[in-house]
Design a protein around this ligand. Structure first.
Ligand code: FES
Ligand code: FES
Length: 178
């Protein structure tokens, strides 16, 4: 998001003083302002998740919508959190990589486990975004073809070239049923 767009949003939301977000099932009421701990109208969702709320599982790389590292689910759909202003997400339900494991048992989501089983990563930086994009796909289409998996992950870049293992991991998770 460029500085002009951020400035525009700042003027629109300058008069609002609070927003609510449900993140991984927990309700957050966040004040809008420039002080530490508040949400500046120009803050992106990825910034708020990582820097304000400490949910650092969501990664930020390009900060311009080009790599997919920052992918989270918003109301069930995969979105690039670096391209969303937090103030515009008021009332939304967000799921990050931290929200995938079972909160009671700690058991990993089948996709997370499948990435481990297939060693579908090297440095792991792109992995949360890959998993969240795959999660959105399998929620909508539990039995995708390999082509559909490739298409769903086409916006997620892996600089370690783990794409082959990622596709295997997603196909295997789909086969096992989620
Ligand atoms: S950090 Fe959001 S798309 Fe790259
Ligand atoms: S595992 Fe390193 S960028 Fe994908």
């Amino acid at each position: 998001m460029n500085s002009r767009e951020k400035k525009f949003a700042s003027t629109i939301y300058a008069r609002k003083n609070k927003i609510s977000l449900t993140i991984n099932g927990q309700l957050y009421k966040l004040e809008i302002g420039e002080e530490a701990g508040k949400v500046d109208p120009s803050d992106t969702l990825s910034f708020t998740l990582r820097e304000t709320l400490g949910l650092t599982g969501t990664k930020e790389s390009c900060d311009s919508g080009a790599c997919g590292a920052c992918t989270v689910l918003m109301d069930g759909k995969a979105v690039l959190s670096c391209m969303q202003l937090t103030v515009e997400c008021d009332g939304k339900s967000i799921v990050t990589i931290e929200g995938l494991r079972d909160p009671r048992t700690g058991e990993l989501d089948k996709l997370q486990q499948s990435f481990i089983d297939h060693t579908a990563f090297q440095c792991g930086f792109c992995t949360p975004g890959m998993i969240m994009s795959a999660k959105s796909l399998l929620d909508e289409n539990p039995s995708p073809t390999e082509e559909e998996v490739k298409m769903a992950l086409s916006g997620n870049f892996c600089r370690c070239i783990s794409h082959y293992q990622v596709i295997e991991a997603v196909m295997d998770a789909a086969k096992k049923g989620r």
